[in-house]
Design a protein around this ligand. Structure first.
Ligand code: GRF
Length: 223
């Protein structure tokens, strides 16, 4: 079976990109990252790609007339690299139908809350301000409406007394690094089927692959 080609879009730190790289290196994820594209020249994600010999490209939004024109350029790159799956990993731009349509049900995103709660920016701060006792992370297919598409996997994370945005974000991030590679592995195995808003994981997901496992970090990716 040919490996699934991943195209990653990232704007910042790139810790989710790193978790995906680490999972591939560890043999838990059967895919390859063929290109990383960033809208930010100084994105640490580009540096991480460079350190791992992954082709990486900075595309400045300033060089394009608008969102659509920018996404046309991204689609062109992704076609050149024969991308199968688009990974949004801390990508801060809203993507347009120009990019969504050719990759329908093949663009996935990670969001630091249990969607549909707290979509948009500062999801962890929103959770703290709302006073929820449990929040988490969600990997979902991307549709035109931001943070709205069919959900692939979620992990629950407790909100503890005395949490700040930083401590809560760190606890959620640990789970992000676990569930993002897991979702991609399911895609690579051809097990994700979208019917309406539901994503069916063919063959079933084990209880432990869905349940939040504090402290597991990037170590958990198994079935
Ligand atoms: C993560 O919290 C992710 O859920 C959100 O943006 C952040 C990106 O972090 N979409 P990183 O760049 O992967 O470290």
């Amino acid at each position: 079976m040919p490996k699934v080609n991943l195209g990653v879009l990232a704007s910042g730190r790139g810790s989710n990109l790193q978790a995906i790289i680490d999972s591939i290196v560890a043999g838990r994820l059967d895919a390859r990252i063929v290109v990383v594209v960033s809208d930010r020249k100084d994105a640490q994600a580009l540096e991480r790609a460079s350190q791992n010999d992954i082709p990486h490209i900075h595309l400045s939004p300033k060089d394009y007339s608008g969102r659509e024109a920018y996404d046309v350029a991204i689609v062109k790159i992704f076609q050149e690299y024969a991308i199968d799956l688009v990974i949004l990993a801390g990508y801060m731009r809203i993507i347009t139908p120009v990019l969504i349509n050719p990759y329908r049900n093949r663009v996935i995103n990670i969001h630091p809350s249990l969607l549909p709660s707290f979509p948009g920016l500062h999801a962890q701060r929103q959770a703290l301000e709302h006073g929820v006792k449990v929040t988490g992370a969600t990997v979902h297919f991307v549709e035109e409406q931001v943070d709205h598409g069919p959900i692939i996997i979620q992990a629950a994370v407790p909100v503890l007394e005395g949490d700040t945005e930083e401590t809560l974000s760190a606890r959620i991030l640990e789970q992000e690094h676990r569930i993002y590679p897991q979702a991609i592995q399911w895609f690579a195995e051809g097990r994700l089927k979208v019917t309406g808003r539901r994503v069916i994981i063919e063959g079933g997901a084990t209880y432990m692959s869905i349940l939040s496992q504090p402290g597991m970090g990037t170590g958990g990716g198994g079935g």
